[in-house]
Write a protein that binds this ligand. Sequence first.
Ligand code: NAD
Length: 384
Amino acid sequence: MTIGIIGSGAMGAGIAQVVAVAGHEVYLLDQSATALERATAGIASNLRKLAEKGKMPQEAAEAAVARLHPTTNMQDFAGCGLVLEAIVEELAVKQKVFRQVEAVVAADCILASNTSSLSIASIAAACKRPERFVGTHFFNPAPLMALVEVIPAVQTRDGLAEEVRDLVQSWGKLPVLTKDTPGFIVNRVARPFYGEAIRLLEEGVADMATIDWALTELGGFRMGPFALMDFIGHDVNYRVTESVFTAFFFDPRFKPSFTQKRLFEAGYYGRKSGRGFYNYTPGTTLPEPIRDEALGHQILTRVLAMLINEAVDALALNVASKEDLELAMTKGVNYPKGLLAWADELGPAQVLTTLDALYDEYHEDRYRASPLLRRTVRNGRSFL
Ligand SMILES: NC(=O)c1ccc[n+]([C@@H]2O[C@H](COP(=O)([O-])OP(=O)(O)OC[C@H]3O[C@@H](n4cnc5c(N)ncnc54)[C@H](O)[C@@H]3O)[C@@H](O)[C@H]2O)c1
């Protein structure tokens, strides 16, 4: 199958590399010739390095580069069986591009979007044949991150999401199926990792170095929430938080924080701008945590209870299967354990007790326990 990719930025270029290596002819389109040149050179250089490190045969790397056809002319998509879009995150622009694609491709060509925050239904709605439309959400960097969320829209024909899942799997990826709801799996379930950590900081329960220490050292997360937000960039992370909150009709569980908004407004985006929660100016030493185990466990327990509650609620609302929820959090954001497995390990009753205590204290909807968590405890069950 020949594949068309629109947008040769960070995501489009990464996805093009994945599908070219998987053996597809790829037409990579961008409106900017400079972006296309950068992407093509970047992919060739990545593959050359992989071959040099012995991670793929030299001939395979060269063959993959030869399968990649950069273009600025959409007519080149005429023979494509799948066109995947990774352009700017604006609904009207995406809709316009898909109208143009549909004028070129065959009636059975599958259309896919890599959108992070728009609903798949809203983009598909612009198409003449929305039944062939599906979401395919890759993670950055696409060649390294195994997870891909596959999202059927309300218009998507039966069976297409499964076909696309199988295709994505044939590229060596780990696809999961998820409902067309805000944040899909990962960007929904992971929100409390950031939000609750910031809340703890705002309340003065602990400083950020201590919160990061608790979650990495005691929790086993690869990065603490503040270090991770600084790494992702507050321009990206704050915007995702705000868009998920808005898309959830302002559910207080997803409420963004003023603390992060101010960093965003100040242009303190994190590592890339030299300053975020932490100061990365050369010569500045990062603050040391207070290695107080009791405090650390208190922090971990609260953040973890909020994360587990989010995963359980996603399960309760059939956003994804248990297996896919676990896979998404371990492979998409490298959590040390799946959150349902973690709930079972801690004991669902313990998690519920933590949440109910928070709810009693704050009387905020943010801390409401998922009905599925309560039911699981009442029935003496576990999740897996
Ligand atoms: N960056 C991430 O971490 C990430 C992760 C998952 C999903 N996404 C989503 O993937 C999409 C792309 O994100 P990105 O980070 O690669 O963006 P980017 O800014 O790096 O690249 C976008 C590219 O699209 C091109 N473009 C814009 N409008 C176009 C048009 N009308 N026709 C042709 N080309 C056009 C631009 O020239 C640019 O090269 C967005 O929908 C984003 O939400 C991003």
